[in-house]
Design a protein around this ligand. Sequence first.
Ligand SMILES: NC(=O)c1ccc[n+]([C@@H]2O[C@H](COP(=O)([O-])OP(=O)(O)OC[C@H]3O[C@@H](n4cnc5c(N)ncnc54)[C@H](O)[C@@H]3O)[C@@H](O)[C@H]2O)c1
Length: 357
Amino acid sequence: MSSKPFRIGFIGVGGIALSHLRALKRIAESVGGIEIVAAADINPKAIEVAKKEFGLQHAYLGLDGYREMLKKHPDLDGVDVCTPNAFHGEHAIATLEAGLAAMIEKPMARSVAECIAMNAAAKKAGKELVVGFQWRWHAESRYIRRQVEEGLLGDIVYCRVQALRRRGIPNWGTFTQKDKNGGGPMIDMGVHLLELAVYLMGTGIPQPIAVSGQIWRYLGDKPDETENMWPNWDHGVYDVEDLAVGHVRFKGGASLVIEASYAAHIPEDTNDVQLMGTKGGAIWSRGEVYTDQNGFQVNTKPAFLKKTDIWDEKLRHFIEVARGERENQSSGVEGLAVQKILNGVYDSAAAGREMEL
Ligand SMILES: NC(=O)c1ccc[n+]([C@@H]2O[C@H](COP(=O)([O-])OP(=O)(O)OC[C@H]3O[C@@H](n4cnc5c(N)ncnc54)[C@H](O)[C@@H]3O)[C@@H](O)[C@H]2O)c1
């Protein structure tokens, strides 16, 4: 562990940044201290909250505020990018070009081209780019991944991924606008379960080679007439899908199916990954592994699992990677593989045919 505090900067200190800041507070002692040195945001109110609640030292406002921040604080240990998807590429690349390690919130970006540019900037700068995927840090994820690594499931041949809300159309932010968000539920929610699926499939980054997708819009662009948790979304600006479905083929023969929706007519919200292998299977939400043992079909679950806070582990991982103490287990290379699937679904839906990647 380092004896020096980790000096961090933020670009964007809105909703999700607050989850990061709370996690930093919790883990501060265990990583040798944290200093919230600087933050850039276009909203003075967001800056005020960060100053008042988290001891933010220096603030930079305006669209170019982040450039000034990067110039004035070359001694930061890392920058956490928590702006809307439309700015992920611009802010991560500027951070890397300033010679600083960057963590970017999910999804990595809006497009594959942006992800490629971000990875190129990281390579050129020789600095770490961490994609802030989080479900891999869950206790059940750790258990299932280890069983896959040890070969208990054999070869994973099929993966079923669901990121479905019965009715959860965001009534804030830019999550329902294609140009700003890159898409709807597939890129916003599907990305979470997809990063988990890709992680659970085992060591090595699964390489998608073809994607076939379809999307539908039937509800979000109409006035809200139903009691639901986030009422009165702005249907006038809604131009993303309500439901997206994708089928992915990977190099090596494995296949994956993903369903993502803000508004699916289902009994309850479902977020899950199911693996089927040649020797065994697993369901993430149950934390169970299914195998044959000595003539019996057996369902296995650990008697004890150390619970982990995904936010604490996500921030700890970034700090240790930025310090060079740990291998990057959520890199831009993996982010790119995930992005190819997300955008592949949209591209295939638009083209009306399977897309080879
Ligand atoms: N990991 C998760 O579970 C999770 C959950 C929610 C959101 N997110 C991701 O986090 C990101 C931010 O989402 P959010 O919910 O915090 O949104 P938000 O609107 O609450 O916060 C975004 C902040 O960025 C600021 N901002 C916008 N444009 C900017 C610019 N050009 N320069 C500087 N600051 C700018 C806004 O003023 C705001 O304070 C998105 O990419 C989203 O997908 C992740």
